[in-house]
Design a protein. Structure first.
Length: 117
């Protein structure tokens, strides 16, 4: 089960990173700003680059990361009270609850945020 959720999280992050890389191909000033996907923060209406660090055990605070119309999306980013420093959970088992069937990982957002991916 852990392998399935890790594979699901890795697949989502890889696909999102590929989409972000394609979107940034003509913007040389944005290349090399992390190894992770671009993440959209709804409360700020900004896009952030990220750096994927490690899987985490399900202990401590996490922030939900989901696929929305703007790509990988979350509610809070740097400077917001609800931002927990890039500690994310993905609902890998699609049950709408944070539980053992989900993926938990560290992926901090890199500022500054920007208006376009």
């Amino acid at each position: 089960m852990k392998l399935m959720k890790t594979v699901a999280a890795a697949t989502i992050l890889t696909l999102s990173a590929m989409m972000a890389t394609n979107a940034l191909a003509d913007r040389p000033d944005d290349k090399g700003r992390g190894n992770g996907p671009v993440i959209y923060v709804t409360s700020q209406a900004l896009f952030y680059d990220s750096i994927v660090l490690t899987d985490l055990p399900m202990k401590g605070p996490f922030q939900k990361l989901y696929v929305g119309p703007m790509g990988l999306t979350t509610e809070f980013g740097p400077g917001n009270r609800g931002y927990v420093g890039g500690r994310w959970w993905l609902d890998a088992n699609s049950n709408g609850e944070m539980d053992e069937g989900d993926a938990f990982f560290m992926c901090p957002l890199l500022g500054p945020g920007r208006l376009e991916p």
